[in-house]
Design a protein around this ligand. Structure first.
Ligand SMILES: Cc1ncc(COP(=O)(O)O)c(C=O)c1O
Length: 428
């Protein structure tokens, strides 16, 4: 495709399409026989649904779409884990309901505790309710708000962040209080700046480092300060540790439970989705404060029947088996980062090197900064066939940024850079 002038009409067209889409959706909603509950209506627009539609439209036009939108790992999962899953799925007894105290159920808790000790030096008591398996960490994170938030309880949530942190609060009917985070503050919330009246009403604080979408990392000193503050104000700290393995350039991602006494106020979420490229398996777990986990287990007992036992065996294999796969996976994303960032820089889009995660958090180039991130994302799909997440999908303070997920192989990332270059040139 030769470089051509990006006419204001392309931008106008994008803006008009997005407006029309909103209108169509409103009309459809008005005509519905069965209206959604207010708690669903209160949720912000799920931008990824729009991106999926745009992607489908581009594909229908025959465009070879490069999808850097969702953090959906593209690498093949570890073969030994898949083998175990298949083996266990063939056993009839594994198709019965999962019951507390069963063989695999007990072994899984012990395996998670041993993994924690090896990785972070943190001692957990699996028999005392300090470990809870989940149907993916997303499930646990959103149910946690249901277990704890009343209509007058505040949840403190950094913004931008992984949307489940705030959507869970809204769905549960709690009060969402945004803690804006930005590059100047290293994307760490300043809990000491929260007004006293807000702190008094607050029940929980969400954290997640390495951070999606900003790629920021936190050190033990930060966690120590937060834990001391949380104990003083009796606030629960929830640390979503999905990217615990994804740190580069000598950084280390500590567990919040490494802080002495953190278990009094904190729990931590993990997942096999990222480190082991098993997002479809739906396996995560929470560890830490046993009272908090007991309430999470309680609400889950009314909602689900636990995990498929074959999945539990597979999770044991992932956590207790050889870990070479995880090192290779992190090395692969590291290489992708080292290829993609200089590529963006070459085409005039200078973005700070991510310290963690497999994302890139990029300020919209100046000449496009009059567009919203959703408009710019739409433009990139339509003009370049590259799907990127708009920053506003991670909260209002993400506006003005784009998030790339490096979930395509290196040649595709190079191709994405070439295509984005054409869009950037078109505006010259
Ligand atoms: C920060 C964070 N937490 C949790 C999840 C969801 O993980 P799971 O697949 O275990 O539900 C994601 C997925 O992108 C994530 O980015």
């Amino acid at each position: 495709m030769p470089a051509q002038k990006l006419s204001t009409s392309s931008i106008k067209r994008v803006q008009q399409q997005l407006r029309q889409r909103t209108e169509r959706e409103q009309q459809r909603n008005n005509k519905r026989l069965f209206h959604e509950a207010n708690r669903l209506k209160r949720l912000p627009l799920y931008l990824f649904t729009i991106l999926d539609e745009l992607k489908a439209q581009a594909k229908a036009r025959g465009v070879d779409v490069i999808d850097l939108g969702m953090g959906n790992p593209d690498l093949h999962p570890p073969a030994h884990v898949v083998r175990e899953l298949v083996k266990q799925a063939k056993k009839p007894e594994n198709h019965r309901y999962s019951r507390k105290g069963g063989d695999v159920e007990t072994k899984l808790l012990e395996t998670i505790a041993a993994w924690y000790k090896r990785k972070f030096g943190v001692v957990l008591e699996p028999g005392q309710g300090e470990v809870l398996p989940l149907i993916g960490s997303k499930e646990g994170i959103s149910h946690l708000s249901f277990a704890f938030l009343n209509h007058d309880d505040i949840a403190l949530v950094p913004n931008p962040t992984y949307p489940v942190h705030f959507n869970g609060v809204v769905l549960a009917g709690g009060i969402l209080y945004n803690l804006p985070i930005n590059a100047e503050g290293h994307y760490l919330p300043d809990v000491h700046a929260i007004p006293r009246s807000v702190v008094r009403q607050s029940k929980m604080l969400f954290l997640s480092y390495p951070h999606n979408p900003t790629t920021a990392v936190a050190d033990v000193k930060f966690f120590k300060d937060v834990v001391t503050w949380a104990k003083k104000h009796r606030i629960m700290v929830i640390h979503d540790f999905a990217y615990s393995d994804f740190v580069f350039d000598g950084h280390r991602a500590p567990s919040i439970l490494e802080v002495p006494g953190a278990k009094e106020v904190a729990i931590e979420f993990h997942t096999l989705s990222k480190s082991y490229s098993l997002p479809g398996l739906r396996f995560g777990f929470a560890v830490g404060n046993r009272d908090v986990l007991a309430s999470l287990a309680k609400i889950k007992s009314y909602m689900d029947f636990g995990l498929f036992r074959a999945i539990q065996w597979a999770a044991i294999e992932a956590l207790a088996g050889p870990q070479e796969y995880v090192h290779q996976t992190v090395a692969t994303y590291h290489k992708r980062r080292n290829l993609f960032l200089p590529g963006l820089k070459r085409i005039g889009w200078d973005v700070p090197m991510p310290k963690g995660t497999f994302y890139v958090w990029a300020k919209i180039p100046l000449k496009f900064s009059a567009l919203t991130s959703l408009e710019f994302a739409t433009l990139l799909v339509q003009e370049a066939g590259v799907v990127v997440s708009p920053g506003s999908g991670f909260g209002e303070y993400g506006e003005g940024f784009m998030r790339f997920a490096l979930v395509e192989p290196e040649p595709r990332l190079q191709e994405a850079v070439r295509r984005i270059a054409r869009v950037l040139q078109m505006a010259d």
